[in-house]
Design a protein around this ligand. Sequence first.
Ligand SMILES: [Fe+2]
Length: 309
Amino acid sequence: MPADLISKTVMKELAARAAGADNAKGNKRVKEVTERLLYRLMQVIDECDVSMDEFWAAVGLLTKTAKNNEFGLMIPGVALEHFLDLRLDEAERLAGINGGTTRTIEGPLYVAGAPLTTGEARMDDGTDPGEVLIISGTVRGEDGNAIPGAIVDVWHANSKGGYSFIDGEQAPYNLRRRIATDSKGRYLARSIVPNGYGCPPESATRELMNLLGRHAERPAHVHYFISAPGYRQLTTQFNFTGDKYLYTDFAFGTREELIVTLERIKSPDEIRKAGLNKPFARATFDIVLTKETAQAPSTIVNREHVIAA
Ligand SMILES: [Fe+2]
């Protein structure tokens, strides 16, 4: 079939009718967005001469995505989660917010309700043979003042790239902790250096990445939510210098300001002071929160998670 068979007017009218534009009932917002989505989708089908087989293959891939509960993986894989971040960055800039630690994607694997301690936490259960990682930092406002009592919610993969609750090999909440900052705004987490991970071999997301000629891997990273009364909640993560996939993260999560260089600690004195008996890695990740304002969209995102707490 040739491309461009249908006039724009026909597509526009059909999309409007399908979205209920000719009635006053339903949800105005859903109708507005549905009409535009359908019109653009019809245009793509017509412009690219999408065959019926191709169309239903795409529906099949989306069906598989839903059955596997992997839209949380597919969305960052096609850059849409990062795109939402870019929009929020721009909305904040227009609202006069310029400082603060850079945000990046939440990703699909957050589980709420991790154990809460003050000042410091040990995140691993002692069974992971990986390299010990000590993360420390201070949470401050833009004025430079420390924020005591900020909640630093941290989660990351183990040395095999697996997450507790997901890989079935780890105890619940392993490598997931909430740490309330101490009186000087500090937090300290003892954990294990995480590994990166890829989309599951049979996943619809990997299938799409293969079709796009892209890999489906993420560099190692540590996820954060940071919140404190009167401040905008921050969703972010940090990566490690030198990671093979640092600049090609399939989920578009890497941002230059969020790359941390691990310090390898070998001095016996420092090892002893840290309460350890072998060399370890140290990372510093300080956080700056911006003041809450009604002028910018909320940074608290309501979304379904793979594992409900
Ligand atoms: Fe992750």
